[in-house]
Design a protein around this ligand. Structure first.
Ligand SMILES: Nc1nc2c(ncn2[C@@H]2O[C@H](COP(=O)(O)OP(=O)(O)OP(=O)(O)O)[C@@H](O)[C@H]2O)c(=O)[nH]1
Ligand SMILES: [Mg+2]
Length: 311
């Protein structure tokens, strides 16, 4: 059996090794993906994003258990996490009885490689593709909602959960980061803290003012991830959104949009690396210096670099 066959058969060691190969990027990663890609497209992809410490991992642990209770297998990709996945250990006893660790139906992978070769969003998608091909029914991608790549990652999901906590500050930040637009479901976690209801009202007001709202109105749900409160309702909301996507044809649209942005993304990286390939670093730095000194404008610099490349 080749390693690819073993991945398709769900062999955990093969999956782990293949993810490592994919993360390294380059030609070898491309070969792996070429073989796996035809087998992807079956997993339900759920993005979970939000400010640091809002309880995303705790929530994903809970959601994963809920899906396991439905006999669905779960892959989890945590991008650049500051707090590790517990595998269920920090959760209550009731849950610990069937914690995630040791469950063959769950595969957890943390990606600490910020600024990886092909870009974080690129690598994350490839890792998700491995888990998809390996047959996991549901794949969660947890990202700290801050920058463009996080938005891109969330964009690649069927359903994106935006997690906030009670308090106005975070909500304003969420809006600033452009995260409001990507939310299919809002989660106000840590609803055991005061002002949760107030936050719901504030968020609803903001949503009602949003002119871009389509025919899906993102629900706002309160959860206490540590206790599991609100998690069944959250699962229902995710499933409702997934059914909505399928029944309105939006799923096909999103899948196509995802294919387009993937191809454009790879094209961009490929063109850039071709343009820089074989160009001496010193030469590149010299041009940058001249732009810095205002001896050359940045457009002229690019023309010069491209010409040097041809010469
Ligand atoms: N009071 C309370 N604490 C919570 C709740 N959910 C999570 N926490 C706690 O908040 C802390 C952060 O939780 P994580 O799940 O690691 O949060 P995260 O968003 O994944 O954090 P990063 O990955 O570091 O951005 C932990 O100490 C959790 O136990 C909740 O509903 N209520
Ligand atoms: Mg986390």
């Amino acid at each position: 059996m080749t390693q690819i066959d073993e991945v398709l058969a769900g062999n955990r060691r093969a999956i782990a090794r293949t993810i490592t190969r994919v993360e390294r990027g380059g030609r070898e990663a491309h070969t792996v993906l070429a073989q796996l890609y035809p087998q992807t497209g079956h997993a339900q992809l759920i993005g979970v994003t939000g400010a640091p410490g809002t309880g995303k991992s705790t929530l994903v642990n809970r959601l994963a258990k809920a899906y396991r209770d439905q006999d669905r297998t779960v892959g989890i990709v945590a991008v650049d996490p500051t707090s590790p996945f517990s595998g269920g250990a920090i959760l209550g006893d009731r849950v610990r009885m069937h914690s995630l660790s040791g469950d063959d139906g769950v595969f957890i992978r943390s990606m600490a490689t910020r600024g990886s070769l092909g870009g974080l969003a690129r690598t994350t998608r490839d890792v998700v593709a491995v888990l998809d091909a390996a047959g996991f029914d549901v794949v969660f991608v947890e990202t700290v909602g801050a920058g463009q790549s996080e938005v891109e990652i969330a964009d690649a999901a069927h359903t994106t959960l935006v997690v906030t906590v009670p308090g106005l500050g975070d909500d304003i930040q969420a809006v600033k980061a452009g995260i409001l637009e990507i939310a299919d479901v809002f989660v106000i976690n840590k609803a055991d803290h005061p002002n949760a209801d107030q936050t719901v009202v504030q968020l609803r007001t903001m949503l009602n003012m949003d002119p871009h709202m389509g025919d899906w109105r993102p629900p706002i749900l309160k959860t206490i991830a540590t206790a599991g409160d609100g998690v069944p309702e959250l699962v229902d909301a995710i499933e409702e959104h997934y059914v909505h996507l399928a029944s309105t044809g939006e799923k096909a649209q999103r899948d196509r949009a995802r294919a387009r942005s993937e191809v454009l993304d790879i094209l961009r990286h490929t063109l850039l690396s071709r343009a820089l390939d074989g160009l001496p670093q010193a030469e590149f730095e010299r041009v940058i210096d001249r732009v810095g000194e205002r001896e050359m404008d940045p457009y002229a610099a690019v023309e010069k670099l491209l010409k040097q490349k041809v010469a």
